[in-house]
Write a protein that binds this ligand. Structure first.
Ligand code: ASP
Length: 474
C-alpha cells in the first residue's frame, strides 16, 4: 500500500489508507488510545482500539510516545458531529488503526514541539533546530520562503532575466563591512574573501552583455547582529539591468512585489499604490529616518507600506566604522562606491562633494530597509574621482585593476537593486526576528550551537595552509 499525505485522507471515508509521520500527542481513554499523527501537510487523529489490532500492533501502541515516527494502516471514518475539529483540514475524519508500525523511536525532546514558550531559550532552539523546525509556525515560514523564492525566480525569468551563480570564493568586495576570509592552500599567504554582495560580478555581467541578471545570492558580512541584520550570512534578491533608467528599476520592483503579495499573501493590503516616493532629505526632516514606517495602523499585521527613498546624497561623512575607505578622509559612499551621481551635480564633485545627489534608491517596508540599489557609474573618469574623494590611495586603486580594465571595453549604462530575502520574509510572515525565517541561523554572537561552529581545526590543517595561531585561545 502506498503512503498518502494526511491531507489526502479527506473524502476517503470507508477506505483503508496508509499514513506516516510523527506522533504529535497521545491521549488515553480507558483501553483506547488517540494519537495525533503529524506529517508535513497536516495532522490526523488515529484511534487505537485493542480489539481491532494484532498482537504486534497492540505492543507498539503501548510503547508509542510523542515524536515517535509511525506508519498507520487503517480505516478512514467520519467523526461524530461533536468531535469535528474545525482547525484541521482533516478535522471531519479520523483513522481507525488496523496496523501500527513504529518506524523509529524518539527520546523526550528538550522542549515541547507544540509549545510556543520554547522560544524563551534561543540557544536551545538553535542547538535542536531540527526539532524547532517541526513546529507549525516555523515549518510554515520555511514553506512560504520557498514559495516566495519560487515566485521571484519565475517572475524574473519571464522578464528575460538570467539566473547566474557568481563565485563564493572571491575577493574582498567593498560593501563597507568586514570580510570573511578563506586561506588558500595552493597559494599560501593569500586569502579568498566571501562576497559581501556580488556587486562587482553583476556589473561585470552587464559588461559581458547579459543585460538582465538576477540571483538569490548568499552574502557574507562579518558584522555584529542587530534585530534587522543577520550575523554572518544572508540572502539577497540580487538584480542588475543594462540600458535602464532609475524609473525602469523602480517600476519593475514595484510590479513584481505587488503581484507577489496578491498571489501569495492575498489577505495583505499595500497601504498606498503607486508606492510613495520620498526624497532622502524630506524623509529625514519629516520622519527622522531614511526607512520611515508609513503604515496607517501599525497594529495591523496585514498592512504593507512600501516606499521609495530617492535623491540620497552621494556621500556621507566617514565614521570610524568606514575602515575600508581612505583613513582620515572625509567622505564615504552613502550606498556603495559604484553609485552614479546626478548629471547636473557633476560639477559639485570638485566644489562641494557633500551636496552631490545620487541615483541611489532605497526600498523601505514597514520601517525596515528592504533593500537598496542604484544606477551605477559607467564612466571611469567619474569612478576615479569618487575613489579619490573617498580617499583611495594607489594601492587601493590597484585592487580594482580588473574593474579598471573591464571599463575599457564598452560598459553599458546599468543599474540594479538587491532586496534582502530574510527581511522580506520576516515582514511577510509577521515575525520579529530574521532568525525565524532562516532554517539554520547563527546566534546573535555569531555561533551555530547545532554544528558547534566556528570550531578549532587541527594543527595539520593549519600547517597545510601555512597558518599559525598566534594569539592565546581563551
Ligand atoms: N550590492 C548592493 C548591496 O548589497 C545592492 C545593490 O546596489 O544592488 O547593498
Amino acid at each position: 500500500m502506498k503512503r498518502i499525505k494526511t491531507t489526502e485522507t479527506v473524502n476517503q471515508e470507508g477506505k483503508e489508507v496508509l499514513i506516516s509521520g510523527w506522533v504529535n500527542a497521545r491521549r488515553n481513554m480507558g483501553k483506547i488510545a488517540f494519537l495525533d499523527v503529524r506529517d508535513r501537510f497536516s495532522m490526523i487523529q488515529v484511534v487505537g482500539v485493542p480489539d481491532e489490532l494484532d498482537a504486534n500492533s497492540n505492543e507498539n501502541l503501548a510503547k508509542i510516545r510523542p515524536e515517535f515516527v509511525v506508519a498507520i494502516k487503517g480505516m478512514v471514518n467520519k467523526r461524530g458531529e461533536k468531535q469535528i475539529n474545525k482547525d484541521l483540514p482533516t478535522g471531519t475524519i479520523e483513522i481507525l488503526a488496523k496496523e501500527i508500525i513504529i518506524l523509529n523511536e524518539s527520546e523526550t525532546p528538550p522542549f515541547e514541539i507544540v509549545n510556543e514558550d520554547r522560544q524563551a531559550n534561543e540557544e536551545l532552539r538553535l542547538k535542536y533546530r531540527y526539532l524547532d523546525l517541526r513546529h507549525e509556525r516555523m515549518k510554515n515560514n520555511m514553506i512560504m520562503r520557498s514559495k516566495v523564492l519560487h515566485f521571484l525566480r519565475d517572475y524574473l525569468q519571464q522578464q528575460d532575466f538570467v539566473d547566474i551563480q557568481t563565485p563564493i570564493l572571491s575577493k574582498s568586495t567593498p560593501e563597507g563591512a568586514r570580510d570573511y576570509l578563506v586561506p588558500s592552500r595552493l597559494h599560501q599567504g593569500k586569502f579568498f574573501a566571501l562576497p559581501q554582495a556580488p556587486q562587482q560580478y553583476k556589473q561585470l555581467l552587464m559588461i559581458a552583455g547579459l543585460e538582465r541578471y538576477f540571483q538569490i545570492a548568499p552574502c557574507f558580512r562579518d558584522e555584529d547582529a542587530r534585530a534587522d541584520r543577520s550575523p554572518g550570512e544572508f540572502y539577497q534578491l540580487d538584480m542588475e539591468m543594462s540600458f535602464v533608467t532609475q524609473e525602469d528599476i523602480l517600476i519593475l520592483v514595484e510590479e513584481m512585489f505587488t503581484k507577489l503579495v496578491k498571489e501569495l499573501y492575498p489577505d495583505k493590503k499595500i497601504t498606498e499604490t503607486p508606492w510613495p516616493r520620498i526624497d532622502h532629505q524630506e524623509a529625514m526632516e519629516k520622519y527622522g529616518s531614511d526607512k520611515p514606517d508609513l503604515r496607517k495602523d501599525k497594529n495591523d499585521p496585514n498592512e504593507l507600506a512600501f516606499a521609495w527613498i530617492l535623491n540620497f546624497p552621494l556621500f556621507v561623512e566617514q565614521t570610524e566604522e568606514d575602515h575600508f575607505y581612505g583613513a582620515g578622509d572625509k567622505w564615504a559612499p552613502s550606498h556603495n562606491m559604484f553609485t552614479a551621481p546626478h548629471e547636473e551635480d557633476l560639477e559639485l564633485l570638485d566644489k562641494d562633494p557633500g551636496k552631490v545627489r545620487s541615483y541611489q534608491h532605497d526600498l523601505a517596508l514597514n520601517g525596515f530597509e528592504l533593500g537598496g540599489g542604484a544606477i551605477r557609474i559607467h564612466d571611469m573618469k567619474i569612478q576615479e574621482k569618487v575613489w579619490d574623494l573617498i580617499g583611495f590611495d594607489a594601492k587601493q586603486k590597484e585592487q580594482f585593476q580588473h574593474y579598471f580594465e573591464a571599463f575599457k571595453y564598452g560598459v553599458p549604462p546599468h543599474g540594479g537593486i538587491a532586496p534582502g530575502i530574510e527581511r522580506l520574509m520576516m515582514i511577510l510572515q509577521g515575525e520579529k526576528n530574521l532568525k525565524e525565517v532562516t532554517a539554520f541561523p547563527l546566534t546573535s554572537d555569531g555561533r551555530d550551537p547545532l554544528m558547534d561552529s566556528p570550531a578549532e581545526v587541527s594543527k595539520e590543517q593549519l600547517k597545510e595552509l601555512g597558518l599559525d595561531i598566534v594569539s592565546e585561545i581563551k
